[in-house]
Write a protein that binds this ligand. Structure first.
Ligand code: ZN
Length: 75
């Protein structure tokens, strides 16, 4: 199977998920770029926990609560 090659994200957006978000906030787990980037690096698809991994505890808790309220699986 051919290895998927990703075009680098345009400058000024997050270089991991190609979305314009604050560095302290989670990556967009639903970004196709992020999914392929993460899969290329870790050999599995990302979860919200992965998208939140670089955030501080407060941000993680807040997002986990919001996602849980929406009934979204975070792991
Ligand atoms: Zn990001």
């Amino acid at each position: 199977m051919a290895k998927m090659t990703l075009m680098p994200p345009k400058p000024g957006v997050c270089q991991e998920c190609a979305v314009d978000h604050h560095p302290a906030l989670p990556h967009n787990k639903d970004s196709l770029y992020y999914q392929y980037y993460f899969h290329g690096k870790h050999g599995r698809w990302p979860t919200w926990k992965d998208a939140l991994a670089h955030c501080n505890e407060e941000v993680q808790k807040k997002w986990e609560n919001v996602l849980k309220e929406k009934g979204v699986d975070i792991e």
